[in-house]
Design a protein around this ligand. Sequence first.
Ligand code: BGC
Length: 746
Amino acid sequence: MKVARISLFAALLALTASLTYAQPAVEVRVQNLLDQMTLEEKVGQMTQITLEVVSVGEGPGIREPLMLDRKKLREIILDRGVGALFNVGTHAHSLESWNEIISEIQDVAREGRLKIPVLYGIDAIHGATYTRGATLFPQSIGMASTWNPDLLRLASEITAVEVRASGIPWNFNPVLDSGRQPLWPRLWETFGEDALLTTAMGVAYVKGQEGDANDISAPDRVASCLKHYIGYGHPVSGKDRTPAWVPDHYLRQYILPPYIAAVAAGAHTVMVNSGDINGVPVHINRYLLTDLLRGELGFKGLIDSDYADIAKLYQNHRVAADNKDAVRMAVMAGIDMVMVPADFSFTDDLIALVREGKVPMSRIDEACGRILKLKYQLGLFDNPYPDKSLKARFATPEAAVINLRAAQESLVLLKNEGGILPLKKSAKILVTGPTANRLSVLNGGWTYTWQGNREDLLPKDKLTILKAIAAEAGANRVSFSLGSTYDSEADIAAAVKAAKKADVVVACLGEEPYCETPGNIGDLTLPQSQLDLVLALQKSGKPVVVVLLQGRPRIIRPIVDGARAILLAWLPGMEGGRAIADVLFGDANPSGRLPVTYPRSPNDLVLYDHLWTENTGGTNRFNPQWPFGFGLSYTTFAYSDLKLDKSSAARGEVITASVTVTNTGQVAGLETVQLYLSDLVASIAPPNKRLKGFRKIELAPGESKTVYFTLSGEEMSFIGLDGKPVIEPGEFRVTVADLSSNFTLK
Ligand code: BGC
C-alpha cells in the first residue's frame, strides 16, 4: 500500500514538473509572439540582409579579418527588426571568427524588445564552404556520379556538423534543379539529368542535414533548403537566369519529382528560381509557389526568395513597374522571406502596401509566423549561440577518410585503351595542363569565395593532382610542364619536349572555377589551346592519359580517339588530388557512372531519355560521346538471367525483376546496376527509356550477386497532358545492361 502511495506521489510530481517546465507547442509560442508584434517588426522578420551590410568597411574595402560594425548591427536588428542575415560576400572565415560573428549578432538580437534570434543562412553546398579548413566534398555532380546515396548522406551529416559548429543553423542546399541543359553554368550544383537519381540523392542529403525525424533543434543538424524551385535548370539558351519554356506535364514528369520526395522527407525551407518559366517569373507565380508547392505537395515550411529577385522583377523581367509593385506580386504569390539583399526597399514598400490595404495583414502573419516557427524548431529561442563543443567534431580525420572515399567513387573512367591504367609507380610521368597543380579546380565555385577561384586562400596541406602523383610515385619520377592555360597556349613545345623523356603523360584539362552567371559560355567545346596541347602530345607517340576537372561535360571529341585513357573527375573536392592519384595508380578501383549524357558535338545535346523521334537513324542518330550511366572499372562485370516474375500483369500488380551480376575480372569492384523501363506505346510520345531503379553493389573477383527490383504502377505511369499520372495498358520493356525482357500490362 505504501509503495502504491509513493508511486502515485511520484507520478503527481512528474506531472506537475512536466506542466511547469514543458514548453507550449511551437504553434502556440508563435501565436503568442505574433500577438505582441507590430507590423514593422513582422515585416522586419521577412527581411534578409547580407553580412557585408553590417561589416566594418564597404565593398572591396571590407575590413579583414571581418569585423562587425556594432552601430550598423544595432540599426538593422533593433531599429529595423531584420529577421535573417546570410552568406559571405568576401571569403571564408575561421571557425573561431564565425563563432564570434554569430555570437555578436545574437547578443544584439537579445537586446531587442522581443528578443527574437536572428536566422543565419549560408551556401554550404559541398561542405562548410565558408569556414576555413572545413571538409570539402565533391560537388553534387560528382556525388551523383557515385550513385551512392548512403555516402552522400554521410557527407551531408558531416556538413551539417561543420556548418552548425560555425554557429550557422541554415544551409541553402540541396540543389534539386535537374541538370538537363549541359551549357548551364550551375550544372555541377545538380545531381544530373535524371529525376530518379536526383530524388534519391536529394532525399539522402535532406536526411543528412536534418536527421531521420527532422529534429533540427539537435545541436548537430541544420535546416536544409530545396532550391531553386522550380525549372531553373532549363534555360533554353544555356545562360544562367534566362527563360525556360516548360509545359506543365513535362515539369511534373522530369522536374517536380525530387521536390515531391524532398518535401515529403521533411525539408524545412525552399528557395525560389530567379528565372521565368513560360514568361512568368517564378517569384510571382502563385500557381507554382502556393497552389502546387503548398497545396499539392503539402509544403509547410518557409519560402525564401533568391538573391535580389524583387529588384529583378522590374529591372530584368519587367513584369512590375517598380519595386513596390514587385514586392506586392511576390508576397501575394507566396514568398515569405526576401533576400533583398542590402537595403530596406522591400521592408518599406511592404509596410506601405499593408497600410494601403494592398497586402492583407493575414498574409504578413502567415509569412512571419513561418519564420518564427523555423526559429523555434531550430531551438534558437532557447539558445541562439554556437555550440563550442562541436569544434571537436570539425574537420576530423574520420571526415577526411569519408571525403576521400566520396572523391574516389565520384571519378568516372571513360576510356582505358589496352588497360593503360592503372599506371606503374615506377613509370616516368609528365604531368601537364592548366588543372594539374591547383586546388581551386578540384573544388569549383562556392569554395572559400563565391567564384571559388582564390587559389591563395586554400589550405596548403591539401594535395593538387601533381603533388599527389609525386607523393605516390616519388618526386624524382614526375615532371611538370604547363603546356596551356585554361584558354591560351603556355608552351606546348616545351611540354612535348618533356613528354619525350617520360613513359606516360597525364594531361589535366578542364575549366577555371566559376559560379552562376559569370560561368556562362557560348561554346561547350573545351578551349582550343587545351585540345591543341593534347593533340601535340599524342603526336609525340607517348601514351596520353587525360584527366578532366570540369563542372559540365565540355566537348573533347578531337582528342578522344588519340587518348589512351580518359578520367572524368568533375569537381572532386579537397581530397580530389589524392583520389585521382589513387585511381591512376590502382590504389582505388574507379566506380563512378555518368549522371548526365556526355555530348559529342556542341549542337547535339540530346539526353538519354529522349523521345524515339530523336533517334531515327542516319543524320538523326542518338550519338553521344558517352551515354548516361556509363563508366569503366579495372574489373569486368557480366550480366545474366534477367527475369521478370510474370510476363503479364493486371493493373495494380507489382512485377519483380531480377538479374545476376558477376565480377569476371581480377580485382574487387563496385558496380551500379541500373534498370530502365520503356513504355513501348503511349498516348503521349513516350521516352525511349527511363531509369526506374539502381543499386550499387560490391563484388569480389569471381563473385556473383542477384539484384531485385520492383516495378509498380508508379514506375509504369507517366504524366498526361492534364498534369495527372496515367497508366496505359500495353507492352513494356525492361532493360538492364545489354539484357532486356518484355511484359504486358493488361
Ligand atoms: C544563388 C543561390 C544562393 C544565394 C545566396 C544566389 O545568387 O542563386 O543559390 O543560395 O545566392 O547566396
